[in-house]
Write a protein that binds this ligand. Structure first.
Ligand SMILES: Cc1cc2nc3c(=O)[nH]c(=O)nc-3n(C[C@H](O)[C@H](O)[C@H](O)COP(=O)(O)O)c2cc1C
Length: 372
């Protein structure tokens, strides 16, 4: 229940934070995609903990084992099963909170729903699960790039009150924050060091974009591309908000500003974020995601124990002081999974329609089309 995403590219994940392994099964994967176990390493490394002092110190190797669905290096069209073993779980850290509900975490709600929970490392509610979303999306990103020239990228767009002063994609992969302004990295290091020392945590915003998406992907009415993107992003741990294009800033805009003018040589702006009527326009897709601050803190906070007594909850163990720092590859992954699924659905129903005239460029020369 609730562990599968997608209609035609169906990804089911399984596993807990401190269980022996986590994994996923992709059903509906197109045959013939070249897939090698080593191809997962780059994106999993980008998501991983323990690589810098600004994330949790847990250090997993995140080596992907391909259990099925690949023969002689190519997907066969049968269920593609991927497995990652957990090798650095320290369940002892969770002995105390096994009898407590952390404020702001999923302990209480899992308990109320199932009447039983695996408290070790947050069990199934841990973001360890997102490893498998990133792994599954490696396949989706590859197919989208090869078949449609779709390119998916992302960056951190805010930590606490700090926003990028400049936007340079080239800077993003060169710092531990996925930050698009190299000049601010030292400021972020200082900010995060002070935050970590204080024992507190902070929220963040991630922006992800897809370039090259053709017009026509997305389904009215309940399968709208923006609706599915919002659901996909909201399914990521700690997400409290999703914006498409200008999102909530649209509230203060006039129609004359927000509507994206069209010209024979392309769109004149991209306030809509590349989606109209739930269907892609051919412009850049722009999705922005709000992450709440980490709830597991060593600073005491009011919670309850299993008997309903008030307790001061203190969470030890290894935690991210800002979960958003590692979330860029996860948001990219969900964008890729939604696009892959929508691309296959579009092909299934409308594959015979072909290219319809007039087809205009994503951005008119000199037009303000979005996000770099
Ligand atoms: C990349 C990432 C890392 C996370 N790391 C932690 C963590 O170290 N400690 C923690 O308490 N929560 C962490 N979370 C958030 C929890 O998984 C999440 O808050 C919890 O499952 C409750 O769900 P909710 O916040 O979506 O309501 C992380 C989330 C993400 C996306």
């Amino acid at each position: 229940m609730g562990n599968t995403t997608g209609q035609l590219f169906r990804v089911t994940t399984f596993g807990e934070s401190h269980g022996p392994a986590i994994g996923c099964v992709i059903d509906g994967c197109p045959p013939g995609i070249a897939i090698a176990a080593e191809e997962f390493a780059a994106d999993l490394e980008r998501r991983a903990t323990g690589r810098t002092r600004h994330t949790s110190a847990r250090r997993e190797s995140d080596a992907v084992e391909i259990l099925s669905g690949v023969y002689e290096g190519r997907s066969t069209g049968t269920p593609l099963a991927l497995l990652v073993r957990n090798t650095d779980a320290r369940s002892k850290d969770y002995e105390r909170i096994a009898r407590q509900f952390r404020p702001g975490h999923a302990d209480y709600t899992y308990w109320q729903k199932y009447g039983i929970r695996d408290p070790r490392g947050g069990g199934r509610s841990s973001a360890r699960e997102t490893t498998m979303r990133v792994a599954a999306a490696v396949v989706a990103k590859k197919w989208l790039a090869e078949r449609h020239d779709v390119r998916i990228r992302g960056h951190l767009a805010q930590i606490g009150g700090i926003v990028p002063a400049a936007h340079d994609w080239a800077a993003v992969e060169d710092n531990p924050f996925f930050w698009p302004d190299a000049a601010q990295v030292a400021e972020l290091e200082t900010y995060m060091d002070a935050l970590r020392k204080s024992g507190d945590s902070v929220g963040a915003r991630v922006t992800v974009v897809a370039d090259g998406v053709p017009p026509g992907w997305g389904e009215p009415v309940y399968g709208k591309l923006d609706a599915e993107l919002a659901a996909a992003m909201m399914s990521i741990n700690a997400v409290k908000g999703v914006e498409i294009g200008d999102g909530f800033a649209s509230v203060a805009q006039r129609g004359t500003v927000h509507r994206d003018g069209m010209a024979p040589d392309g769109f004149l702006s991209n306030h809509a974020g590349g989606i109209l009527g739930g269907i892609s326009t051919g412009q850049q897709l722009v999705v922005s995601v709000a992450f709440k601050p980490t709830s597991s803190l060593r600073l005491p906070g009011p919670g309850l124990d299993l008997d309903g007594n008030a307790v001061e909850v203190v969470t030890t163990g290894r935690h991210d002081p800002c979960v958003g720092i590692r979330a860029t590859p996860i948001c990219e992954a969900m964008l890729a999974l939604v696009l892959m699924d929508q691309a296959l659905r579009h092909r299934a129903q409308c594959g015979d329609v072909g290219e319809v005239a007039p087809r205009i460029a994503a951005a008119a020369p000199g037009g303000d089309h979005g996000h770099g």
